[in-house]
Design a protein around this ligand. Structure first.
Ligand SMILES: [Zn+2]
Length: 289
């Protein structure tokens, strides 16, 4: 799907097997920036997503060899899955924020520190990072296109959002929570600050998240606002559920919070449990936004 003159989007479906046998269906967007000097990928989806990415590039009359760089919004499995394969086929460079470099270069370490069922089937392997991207940096793609980098932690320590200047298209990775979806973040305060940081950017024309559908025009700031309000809603649910028990069992809290949020209880999992537990650090605050 073409977003504007230079940006294209590919939706990659995948699933996670949540023990004992629940299948969580997910999808993730990979974005492509077509420059005159190359194709720049924003994330790569899960392992084997290269087939869809390569097919799309060929269909749009570019060459797979044109891929000159992969820019990672962060290092989670559904964003780095095909990076090793694509780098292997094209010898492209890989760029990301320094805070998660070690998780891409040593994926087994990530699997140990942030276990996800089926991690190995989602990720094609470790990859050396060639270029580090820092907050506030303007990164020149060398073809008249420039990217501004925003460090937007909360979902993960090294999450970045990337603004294509001129076209004002914002690639936000997983930085913005999606209402009525499973929450995934490790630091609530940082998440709130990151969303506010993006809200302060004026004239964003396209919001291009990984987890949610692309949005444009007036819908962009509504989405940012909805993400913020969802954090507040979850905060209130967690505070109410833990009123009598300030040190709850994480999975039990997760199941109760899923029920309150109307999410299928059988999809409760340790990653979401961690997100709910993260609210307890701010338990003395009624409003977090
Ligand atoms: Zn993520």
């Amino acid at each position: 799907m073409q977003i504007n003159k230079h940006v294209h989007a590919i939706k990659v479906p995948f699933y996670i097997v949540n023990p004992p046998r629940t299948i969580i269906e997910r999808s993730v967007y990979v974005y492509l920036i077509y420059g005159t000097n190359g194709v720049f990928l924003i994330d790569t989806g899960v392992a084997s997503a290269e087939t869809a990415i390569f097919d799309y590039i060929r269909k749009t009359e570019r060459r797979v060899e044109d891929i000159s760089m992969i820019i990672q919004t962060h290092s989670h499995p559904d964003h780095i899955g095909a990076t090793r394969t694509i780098k292997g086929e094209t010898a492209c460079a890989v760029a990301m924020h320094p805070a998660e470099k070690h998780w891409l270069e040593n994926v087994q370490l990530q699997a140990e520190e942030r276990p996800i069922p089926g991690f190995d089937s989602l990720v094609s392997g470790p990859v050396a990072v060639n270029r580090l991207l820092e907050d506030g940096e303007v990164f020149d793609l060398g073809c008249g296109l420039k990217l501004k980098i925003f460090h937007t932690p909360g979902h993960s320590k090294g999450s970045i959002s990337i603004l294509l200047l001129g076209y004002m298209a914002l690639f936000s990775g997983d930085a913005i929570p999606v209402p009525n979806e499973m929450p995934v973040y490790e630091d609530v305060k940082a998440s709130v600050a990151s969303i506010k940081k993006l809200m302060a950017v004026s004239d964003i024309r396209h919001l291009l998240p990984a987890w949610d559908e692309p949005a444009k025009g007036g819908e962009v700031y509504k989405r940012l606002d909805a993400g913020l309000n969802y954090l507040q809603k979850i905060h209130e649910i967690v505070l109410s559920l833990t009123k009598k028990d300030p040190e709850p069992d994480p999975m039990e809290l997760c199941r109760q919070a899923f029920t309150e949020l109307g999410l299928p209880i059988e999809t409760a999992n340790p990653i979401a449990a961690k997100s709910f537990m993260a609210h307890l650090k701010l338990r003395n605050k009624k409003s977090i936004i």
